[in-house]
Design a protein around this ligand. Structure first.
Ligand code: COA
Length: 361
């Protein structure tokens, strides 16, 4: 799905149609750090095994039982609004990717809207597991590219510690809590979300799921005894599919945009396992230095991994940098997007100025 209607080319070769571009990034990470050494005291595992098999050293955990995903999402949004110098009332929409909403309904987006005081916004959640942020980004970009919205807040946030079984050593070592957010605004110089390829395949859903608590298996004493309200994973097939699908989707986006590995400045991959990222970059023909990687510090924060990477690399990013974002998650869900960056460093980006400049060209 092209993110914008087929546009005429501008002088610099970029499309002239209305695209959605990232103009600011925000994040939130809880202070409490759960290290591999801490996990050694909880399950039969070792720091050496975890680092060798996953690349993870530690992850952040939101310990306060009073605080949930909307708390982290709101903090990330506040940081973003502050950086961009915007009032919450100026937001037109809030789209939150998450599989750990505060509750089934109202959506996390509603709770974030209320806490922020975003009185002019509509909003909703996107449930696509680890692909939640990418799918939310695609949806948010559609609202901007169609002309429906001027300012869309897209958040990826998950309190994975609320659904992780800390007696299951094969999953509890992987996940952490966190939130990241981007602001999407219209751009007329072609920078922003230029392309998106997304797929789902539900035929192997049992390999990664949270079976209990929904309408198929409402909570009962028996379902609690079976620990069905926790995340379940069959790691090996998920690993294989993750590499294959992220590489496939990224190569699809590269090919249809005539991009060679040299043309790609950064790979922004879902942070599930260091070995998955290495294999994906390899299959794309990219040197590993081009892959953003912070899994060592945060683990797999599910929908938050991509925006947390954008936050951590924001200072290094330059206007015009070509980023391939790619994800894979439960469902299965997967995809890749091409995002050209619209500003230098951490200053944020004045979309209005950019539009005036391109209009006067
Ligand atoms: N510490 C020590 N040993 C562990 C362990 C742990 N935390 N977890 C599993 N093991 C053991 C297993 O019991 C198994 O032992 P056995 O051979 O005696 O049966 C052995 O290590 C190998 O297990 P396996 O599951 O084959 O390991 P793996 O190399 O596939 O690594 C994952 C496991 C989970 C790290 C890996 O499969 C993975 O990353 N999968 C994808 C996860 C993912 O991306 N999920 C999010 C969605 S994108």
């Amino acid at each position: 799905m092209p993110a914008s209607p087929a546009p005429a080319a501008t002088d610099d070769g970029l499309p002239a149609g209305r695209t959605a571009t990232v103009t600011a990034v925000g994040h939130f990470l809880p202070e409490r750090c759960l290290t591999n050494a801490d996990l050694e005291g909880m399950v039969d595992t070792s720091d050496e095994w975890i680092q060798k098999r996953t690349g993870i050293r530690e992850r952040r955990i939101l310990r306060d039982p009073e605080k949930a995903t909307s708390y982290m999402a709101t903090r990330a949004a506040e940081e973003l609004l502050d950086k961009r110098g915007l009032a919450a009332e100026e937001l037109d929409a809030i789209v939150v990717g998450t599989v750990t909403p505060d509750m089934f309904y109202p959506s996390t987006a509603c709770l974030v809207q209320d806490e922020l005081g975003a009185t002019g916004a509509f909003g909703y959640d996107v449930s696509a597991a680890c692909s939640g942020f990418l799918y939310a980004l695609g949806a948010g970009a559609g609202h901007v590219a169609s002309g429906q919205c001027e300012k869309v807040l897209v958040i990826g946030a998950d309190k994975m510690s609320s659904i992780v079984d800390y007696t299951d050593r094969s999953t509890c070592i992987l996940f952490g809590d966190g939130a990241g957010a981007v602001l999407l605004e219209p751009s007329r110089d072609g920078h922003g979300l230029r392309d998106m390829h997304q797929r789902v395949d539900g035929s192997e859903w049992e390999n990664l799921c949270q079976p209990g608590g929904g309408s198929r298996q409402p909570p009962t004493h028996q379902s609690l005894d079976r620990r069905d309200h926790f995340l379940k994973q069959n790691g090996r097939p998920v690993f294989k599919q993750a590499v294959q699908r992220m590489a496939e989707a990224s190569l699809t986006v590269m090919q249809r945009n005539d991009l060679t590995p040299e043309d790609v400045d950064y790979l922004v991959p879902h942070q599930a396992n260091r070995r998955i990222i290495e294999a994906t970059a390899h299959q794309m023909g990219l040197p590993l230095e081009k892959a953003m990687m912070n899994i060592g510090e945060y683990g797999n924060t599910t929908a938050a991994t991509l925006p947390l990477c954008l936050h951590d690399w924001e200072a290094d990013l330059r206007k015009g940098d070509r980023l391939i974002l790619t994800t894979f998650g439960g469902g299965y869900t997967w995809g890749a997007g091409l995002l050209t960056w619209a500003y230098d460093g951490t200053e944020g980006h004045a979309a209005g100025e950019q539009e005036e400049a391109s209009a006067g060209r």
